[in-house]
Design a protein around this ligand. Structure first.
Ligand SMILES: Cc1ncc(COP(=O)(O)O)c(C=O)c1O
Length: 429
């Protein structure tokens, strides 16, 4: 995938932009995204699931320029905070195309979501359902509610959220009884929401999940006596982070989705069918770009010490995922040296790639960590060691756009001497 998407004539190239241009525009570390890959993934998913809507999950990457691009391709939005709501509105999403999901919504958030007229709020517990009802009644504004269900499914993913005790949603077996205990006059049940896991690479699980959720939605709408107008299937579509991992078999999922759609349209005509998707759309479009400051050998291991580490890209460390890496200025050279890549952070866990084969590294090389487009910038710990925050840039048809400026340490620390120690490696934006 990397060679196919990011190498042209033996050189690194992201949508017509070379690595020199990236480094001279914003220095390193930075996040670089390739616009064409975002477009391609969106088109692939939308063509695989006719009749389904894609709600873009802002938690994967709330950058307004990226979200705006997905909006212009036709996506709706899935948000989990007022900050994400603000980003979604800035990116051009209409309130009626936004759903609010998350296990710990405050009264203030629910109030804002109802006043704003969002499409729906997912209720994740009986207490939250009662709170949504009471806010809706106080405002005299009706609101659509999706019941989030903690199903009895068993997804095979390290990031699963259903199947056992869970902070997400109503337990499937007691949902009817719990919901019946809340008098709903203003909040209106319109459907269910089941997000079972993230980073699912088992197509078989997803195909079964679609049928399971469709059956459950029909059953709950009948037992709780509401018109089924929406089924949010979650999704959790995974990407192959490791070079030898296989991707999802979209053919089989697409086939199952068509069957489920037909069945639901017969029994609940006009029902909205939703996937909430983040990672699948963005992970592969993004690269965390760093400069090698030092190359050192230690007891048989070659370490590349880069100017960006787990502070700016925490995912590989916290999620224990082996991301692919390349030396971007030597992308066509033979990978003959086994290396570990660590940043400047004073903890032994700051190793963002281990045991990767690369061309012989030298100080000054530009090192890229791939599949960093989702849960990269947004899931990192930008304040750690007060190194500021990197830029985000988007390559698009030969042009490079700075879509988030880098932040100097003083900015991140919120102190009043922003210019004394500017951004670490000479950004020029
Ligand atoms: C409720 C919900 N929806 C959508 C997503 C996005 O999932 P993904 O990035 O795997 O597509 C998540 C991720 O955790 C989630 O919790």
């Amino acid at each position: 995938m990397i060679e196919e998407c990011f190498v042209r004539d033996g050189k690194f190239c992201a949508d017509g932009v070379g690595i020199d241009q990236v480094v001279s525009t914003c220095g390193t570390p930075c996040y670089l995204y390739a616009a064409s890959l975002i477009d391609e993934k969106y088109k692939k998913i939308i063509s695989s699931f006719p009749g389904f809507e894609i709600f873009y999950s802002f938690k994967a990457n709330p950058n307004v320029a990226i979200a705006g691009r997905l909006r212009s391709l036709g996506a709706c939005a899935d948000i989990s905070s007022l900050g994400e709501l603000e980003a979604a509105l800035k990116a051009g999403f209409e309130p009626r195309d936004i759903a609010f999901v998350g296990p710990g919504k405050t009264e203030q958030e629910i109030d804002a979501a109802i006043r704003m007229g969002l499409y729906a709020i997912a209720a994740e517990s009986v207490q939250e359902l009662a709170l949504i009802e009471s806010v809706s009644r106080r405002l005299s504004m009706p609101v659509n509610v999706l019941l989030r269900i903690n199903t009895l499914e068993k997804p095979s993913s390290p990031e699963m959220m259903v199947g056992g005790p869970s902070k997400f949603g109503f337990d499937e077996e007691s949902a009817v009884q719990e919901v019946r205990g809340v008098q709903l006059d203003s909040a209106r049940l319109v459907g269910i929401h089941v997000y079972s896991a993230s980073q699912v690479l088992d197509s078989g699980f997803i195909t079964k999940h679609l049928d399971y959720v469709a059956d459950l939605a029909l059953e709950l709408s009948s037992q709780l006596d509401f018109d089924l107008r929406c089924v949010d299937f979650g999704g959790g579509f995974g990407v192959p982070y490791e070079e030898d991992q296989a991707g999802l078999d979209f053919g089989s999922i697409s086939h199952a989705a068509a069957g489920v759609r037909k069945r639901l349209m017969e029994q609940a005509p006009g029902c909205r069918l939703i996937f909430e998707v983040g990672r699948y759309l963005l992970a592969e479009s993004g690269i965390f770009v760093t400069t090698a400051l030092r190359i050192k050998e230690s007891r048989g291991t070659c370490f590349i010490i880069t100017d960006g580490g787990m502070n700016h890209f925490s995912r590989p460390v916290f999620m224990r995922v082996k991301h692919a890496a390349r030396i971007l200025n030597k992308i066509a050279l033979e990978n003959d040296t086994r290396c570990s890549i660590g940043g400047p952070i004073c903890t032994p866990i700051d190793v963002i790639a281990t045991d990767v084969l690369l061309p012989r590294p030298e100080a000054g090389d530009i090192v890229g960590i791939f599949h960093a487009g989702a849960y990269g910038y947004t899931m990192s710990m930008m304040n750690f060691m007060s190194l500021g925050a990197p830029a985000e840039v988007l390559a698009d048809a030969g042009r490079l756009h700075v879509i988030r400026k880098p932040k100097a340490p003083a900015h991140v620390l919120d102190v009043s001497t922003p210019d004394r120690f500017p951004i670490r490696h000479g950004f020029r934006v």
